[in-house]
Design a protein around this ligand. Structure first.
Ligand code: PEP
Length: 253
């Protein structure tokens, strides 16, 4: 059975001291509250704070993920971080294909596919983002865009490999804007994504894939979003920077 997942993408925020305070706050709240059944939390801090977060998490409270990875094995790629390095830090998840990386750093579907391969080779679960920009939504092209991103980024995988993937549908017009997809819009496209997976890999693989919603998800709207049958949690940006909000979102299941 697929898991409910709430993953926090801190992006390029927080000093080391602030990051320490945030993760400490998350731990303290998780010690007090019991997460709903079958719910898992993932914290995705900037690279320099990964080890501090894994030291805290000890795997029992939350998992730790990276926000990016390079698509090569190793070598002369100044400033980059490889999947093998993440593995050596015992990182188990990594975001790939976030719209900010697609828009600002030219991350194409082909690069997403290569990053996914690097991560799987190192036993790290890719959290693969997809989603349309506003003009594409207004032109009714959201299904075509998402189909292309999923097909070109992921459908080279074997069914066993696909079983390691988490998908995050993030309409770009909803990221950091305060605009959220309606629960019906989220359900419609999540069901479409699950259908694509079922057509390619069969119903069992599709039913076992967690598909997260991202885009201005917060404590006040998480419950109605997560109530949809094909919404298995959230990839949370802004609201993951406050321990209480992040935990309240996970309690919304
Ligand atoms: C994100 O960037 O993954 C995201 C969902 O951001 P926010 O929650 O701030 O819209």
């Amino acid at each position: 059975m697929r898991k409910n997942i709430v993953a926090g993408n801190w992006k390029m925020n927080k000093s080391f001291g602030e990051a320490d305070e945030l993760v400490n706050g998350i731990m303290t709240l998780l010690e007090e509250k019991e997460l709903p059944e079958n719910t898992m939390m993932i914290v995705c801090p900037p690279f320099p704070y990964l080890e501090m977060c894994t030291d805290y998490s000890n795997d029992s409270y939350f998992m730790v993920g990276a926000q990016n990875v390079n698509d090569n094995d190793k070598g002369a790629y100044t400033g980059e971080v490889s999947a093998e390095m993440l593995k050596s830090l015992e990182i188990e998840y990594c975001i790939v294909g976030h719209s900010e990386r697609r828009a600002y750093y030219g991350e194409t579907d082909a690069i997403v596919a290569r990053k996914v391969d690097q991560l799987l080779k190192n036993e790290i679960h890719p959290i693969v983002c997809c989603g349309e920009v506003l003009e594409e939504r207004e032109a009714g092209k959201q299904f075509d865009v998402v189909r292309r991103q999923i097909t070109d980024g992921l459908f080279h995988l074997t069914p066993e490999q696909f079983g390691e993937i988490v998908i995050a549908y993030e309409p770009v017009w909803a990221i950091g804007t305060g605009k959220t997809a309606t629960p019906a819009q989220a359900q419609e496209i999540h069901a479409f994504i699950r259908g694509l997976i079922a057509d390619k890999y069969g119903k069992e693989v599709a039913d076992n894939t967690s598909i997260l919603y991202g885009g201005s998800c917060k404590p006040s709207n998480a419950k109605e979003l997560f109530a949809n049958p094909d919404v298995d949690g959230g990839l949370i940006g802004g609201a993951s920077l406050k321990a209480e909000d992040f935990i309240d979102i996970a309690m919304a299941f």
